[in-house]
Design a protein around this ligand. Structure first.
Ligand code: NOJ
Length: 443
């Protein structure tokens, strides 16, 4: 497997802290976490893993763990405190140093422009339902490319646009906490237009690398063969897969689904489709779990009730996500068969488990190893079956801030003791190093 990318990932708001330092502007998450009751235990990302101040030693630790690739995300309000206009040089400088430090340690950087921390000033201008943001995003992208693209050769525009649009504007569990189906679908469409405009900037700028999009594709199983359950499953598939993949890869919208949505369907401009079509050099898949889907007239606008599904012998993570490693293989094969076998990276995979540190803070997380081993095995099996899979990234390098669940969930290969900020590699980090070193699955 020459050139297969092995790595691990993290995101800006979840690890950096320094929420109001060195000229950084306020993000929608900085605002949302201060809204009582919206985040478990009132946790915030104000400090998180304090990575902003510990970046050098964190990178040195990643090198010790043998990570060939590190996937990080850039905080838009650190670069442009108000989302547009004046650039904050100290913000750019942080990522510039991060990239240099990674390369000095022999770690390749992979960067994502947006992982949910929209500048609050742009939310005040209407947020993602406002089409103007598509241009503001492309302007922001150009500033970042001009600074970093000489050294960063794999880019992503958006991480999980479904979450940004639907958890943020539809279900209201993420910032900015809005509950409006039309706003969610409009946001999802604008995120795709913003993605495509940033890709256009990248391609026209001849920056000499690759750029893609990271989608969270959970696997879905109809709860039964009843036509209404199958139709409900198809609607969830449309909302999570088709609205992004159909225009991107096939150059068409899921019109039947938009017709079903009626007034919730997004407004689209004439040129959007040609802009979005073929606007990704690779597809990033974030995959964690499987749900069964049943028709339920009382379950939201999709009339679909999701129930976590665990394969026999597997259980549920502390997120209450069902573990079904074969779901990853099924999703990869679906992309091969129905979406033209694009180049794929698994850009996130991992699990939150009830880690129990010993007296030294060491976690013997054999459950996480079992999870990772079987998911890697399934991903590589799909590769054997012809899926154009070129890399795999564990979520996450460190335990970190898990959004509305605060610090209650631990996904890391490395334990973080939040009281002292001590980093302690878990058993899974040592195991993953061996997998990478042998460039194969160590069993
Ligand atoms: C998806 C997101 O990209 C990331 O922010 C989150 O922490 C993990 N999955 C786990 O939920």
């Amino acid at each position: 497997m020459t050139d297969f990318l092995w790595g691990a990932a993290a995101s800006a708001y979840q690890i950096e802290g320094a929420w109001n330092e060195d000229g950084k502007g306020e993000s929608i998450w900085d605002r949302f976490v201060r809204w009582p009751g919206h985040v478990l235990n009132g946790d915030t990302g104000d400090v998180a893993c304090d990575h902003y101040h510990r970046m050098e030693s964190d990178v040195a630790l990643m090198a010790e763990l043998g990570l060939p690739w590190y996937s990080f995300t850039i905080s838009w309000p650190r670069i442009l405190p108000r989302g547009r206009g004046a650039v904050n040089p100290k913000g750019l400088d942080f990522y510039d140093r991060l990239v240099d430090t990674l390369l000095a340690h022999g770690i390749q950087p992979k960067a994502t422009l947006y992982h949910w921390d929209l500048p609050q000033a742009l939310q005040d201008a209407g947020g993602w339902p406002n089409r103007d943001l598509t241009d503001f995003f492309a302007d922001y992208a150009r500033i970042v490319f001009d600074k970093l693209a000489d050294r960063v050769k794999i880019w992503a525009t958006f991480n999980e646009p479904w979450c940004a649009a639907f958890l943020g504007y539809g279900y209201g569990t993420h910032a900015p906490g809005i509950m409006n189906a039309q706003a969610a679908y409009q946001s999802a469409h604008h995120l795709m237009v913003a993605h495509a405009k940033a890709v256009q900037v990248y391609r026209q700028g001849n920056y000499g690398g690759e750029i893609g999009l990271l989608l969270n594709l959970n696997h879905l199983l109809a709860a039964s063969e009843r036509p209404e359950d199958r139709a409900a499953t198809e609607r969830v598939y449309a909302e999570t897969h088709r609205i992004f993949l159909d225009p991107l890869i096939h150059g068409r919208y899921p019109e039947a689904f938009y017709a079903w949505l009626g007034p919730h369907a997004p407004q689209r401009a004439d040129d959007d489709l040609s802009l979005i079509h073929n606007s990704a050099d690779y597809l990033g898949i974030n995959h964690y779990n499987t749900d069964t889907v049943a028709y339920d007239v009382h379950s939201g606008w999709l009339k679909a009730r999701l129930t976590p599904y665990a394969a026999p012998g597997w259980g549920f993570t502390t997120m209450n996500w069902g573990i079904n490693p074969a779901g990853l293989r099924a999703e990869l094969l679906d992309l091969k068969e129905n979406y033209g076998n694009p180049k794929i990276l698994v850009t996130e995979n991992g699990c939150a488990l009830p880690d129990r540190p010993d007296g030294n803070g060491f976690v013997a997380d054999w459950g996480r190893i079992a999870f990772l081993r079987e998911h890697i095995r399934q991903a590589l099996a799909a590769r054997q079956e012809g899926v154009n899979l070129q890399g795999y990234f564990v979520w996450s390098v460190f335990d970190n801030f898990e959004w509305e669940r605060g610090y209650s969930q631990r996904f890391g290969l490395v334990r973080v003791d939040y009281a002292t900020q001590r980093r302690i590699p878990k058993q899974s980090a040592l195991w993953y190093r061996e997998v990478i070193q042998s460039n194969a699955l160590a069993v």
